[in-house]
Design a protein around this ligand. Structure first.
Ligand SMILES: Nc1ncnc2c1ncn2[C@@H]1O[C@H](COP(=O)(O)OP(=O)(O)OP(=O)(O)O)[C@@H](O)[C@H]1O
Length: 260
């Protein structure tokens, strides 16, 4: 269970995350939705301490992760890997070495520098690539891949950390519809087959409804919706997105009289 208790993160006068309390059972696929600037990214970054909470607590398996530092913080970040919108691969390195970078926290530094990974790590990396049908790309430079391929490599790298939680920050925002489906299917596989908890920020309501067990809607840093996709009616979504609703949900046909 991941528990957020009164989590608040401020940047100067901006309160990006305000008093967020959530209990997320292990293995849940949670979609975090809301307008741009609602605090979705900051929430994910606060969970793994890329952003420091101003107050409140992050609790994982009954242990408080808010105050940990040094090796305990590194271990926490290993256990909750991030997947980013821009993939964050090393473009000039091949796919295999990018994936192996996920082992850095568990590997002596010299192995990474000299690219002499253990045969066990290499086998794990190939197995991860194989899961997502991209083992054939192992020797290609990362910057020669399509966005969807790069994001699958990034997911493999995240898995190499042997995480318990995946924090995916707009993982499909840079992808075309076909690659969006492939990457969302990869995250669903990570969730269902490997049993990892997934928290995923999404702009598309259709994707959020289609892939997630639970939706957390944010507005102005606060949680204003928390329920199943079925509970997020168009009316509730309109309230969440305010003036952006037409763009996200489509025009409100019910509110407009039919054209004579
Ligand atoms: N490092 C930072 N320094 C200052 N302000 C920040 C920082 N990060 C986020 N903010 C502010 O915090 C608020 C929430 O931003 P955040 O990126 O978390 O929202 P979001 O819902 O993820 O938006 P988007 O969907 O556009 O990525 C915004 O007002 C943003 O400008």
């Amino acid at each position: 269970m991941l528990k957020l208790e009164g989590l608040t993160t401020t940047f100067g006068k901006t309160c990006a995350v305000q008093d967020v309390s959530l209990s997320i059972p292990a293995g849940q696929f949670v979609g975090v939705i809301g307008r741009s600037g609602a605090g979705k990214s900051t929430l994910l970054r606060t969970i793994n301490r890329l952003a420091e909470p101003t107050s409140g607590r992050v609790i994982w398996r009954d242990a408080d992760m808010t105050g940990v530092s040094g090796s305990q913080l590194r271990d926490w970040r290993r256990r909750c890997s991030m997947v980013f919108q821009q993939f964050n691969l090393v473009g000039r390195l091949d796919v295999l070495n990018n994936v192996l970078m996920g082992r850095l926290t568990q590997t002596p530094f010299w192995r990474a520098v000299t690219k002499t990974w253990s045969s066990e790590d290499r086998a794990l990396a190939f197995a991860a690539l194989d899961q997502f049908d991209i083992s054939g790309l192992a020797s290609q430079r990362a910057d020669q891949l399509s966005g969807g391929q790069q994001q699958r490599v990034a997911i493999c790298r995240a898995l190499m950390q042997d995480p318990e939680i995946i924090l995916a920050d707009e993982p499909v925002a840079s992808l075309d519809p076909r690659n969006t489906g492939i990457v969302m299917d990869a995250l669903a596989l990570v969730n269902r087959q490997f049993g990892l908890t997934v928290l995923c920020n999404l702009h598309s309501l259709d994707l959020a409804r289609g892939y997630c067990d639970r939706l957390v809607g944010m507005a102005n840093g606060r949680v204003v919706f928390d329920g199943t996709p079925a509970a997020l009616t168009d009316a509730a979504a309109r309230e969440l997105y305010g003036m952006d609703a037409d763009e996200v949900i489509g025009p409100d046909r019910a509110a407009k009289p039919p054209v004579a």
